[in-house]
Design a binder for this molecule. Structure first.
Ligand SMILES: O=P(O)(O)O[C@H]1O[C@H](CO)[C@@H](O)[C@H]1O
Ligand code: HPA
Length: 236
């Protein structure tokens, strides 16, 4: 199974008997440039399931073409991975979402796809939230990918809401498209790291530091969540 942790990279610490390979030591692999993306491929086990975890992903805004951003998914498919858990940090557009909530991705809006990349979607959810008492802080929603790296303007946030998006980020969809193309089963979820700003009266601004802090403050609960999730998916 392949787990794609991006800014959730510290969760790779939960992997048992880890063997870590730095991306720069893998021929032709892209290199992570974003803070919080440590740039390691970590092999090991989680919930007695063999896993490989990407501790850091690649974004279009880093200057990588989408084929390069998603090349690791193809590499992992070639070494036999057939299930993917894909995660991201995302801004909450839905006013009911709070920082730290989890959103299971039921669908996506691929703005880069609208501009010419191939669109295709797929997602899968599992029953673990009851075990952890997370009912009130989990949702199922639509993830919108924008190019970044700047955060959305107020007009953009309001447009995304009108289009039916519940959360917004700058990643994930290309990896999901490629994973589906490689016939992988995909399960995706977002951690809501900030509430998107939709009013000109609000003088705060989103920033990557708050995104990292929100992730880190949920680290323990996310470790438990992913451990149970891998165990459940591994049984299927
Ligand atoms: O999608 P991940 O890699 O989790 O990161 C999200 O957080 C960053 C913005 O703070 C952007 O890269 C956005 O896509
Ligand atoms: O508000 C956001 N917008 C885009 N990407 C993000 N990644 C985390 N939060 C956000």
């Amino acid at each position: 199974m392949h787990i794609n942790f991006h800014v959730l990279g510290t969760l790779a610490n939960t992997i048992v008997d880890p063997i870590s390979l730095n991306y720069k030591d893998i021929p032709n692999f892209p290199v992570s440039t974003v803070e919080g993306h440590q740039g390691n491929l970590v092999f090991g086990t989680l919930s007695n399931v063999k896993v490989v975890c990407m501790q850091g992903r690649f974004h279009y805004y880093e200057g990588y073409i989408l084929q390069k951003c998603t090349a690791p998914v193809r590499v992992l498919a070639l070494v036999g991975v057939n299930k993917l858990i894909v995660t991201n940090a995302a801004g909450g557009l839905n006013p009911n979402y709070k920082v730290g909530d989890i959103m299971f991705i039921k669908d996506h809006i691929n703005f880069l796809g609208f501009g010419g990349n191939n669109p295709f979607t797929g997602s899968k959810r599992s029953q673990i939230i009851n075990k952890m008492g997370l009912e009130k802080s989990t949702h199922e929603g639509v993830y919108a990918m924008v190019g970044g790296p700047n955060y959305e303007t107020i007009a953009e946030v309001n447009s995304l809401r009108m289009l039916g998006a519940d959360a917004v980020g700058m990643s994930t969809i290309p990896e999901v498209l490629v994973a589906k193309h490689c016939a992988m089963t995909v399960f995706g979820f977002s951690i809501i790291t900030n509430e998107c700003i939709s009013s000109y009266d609000d003088e705060t601004e989103p920033n990557h530091q708050e995104v990292l802090e929100a992730i880190n403050s949920k680290a323990e609960s996310l470790k438990e969540f992913v451990t149970i999730l891998v165990g459940n998916i591994g049984m299927e």
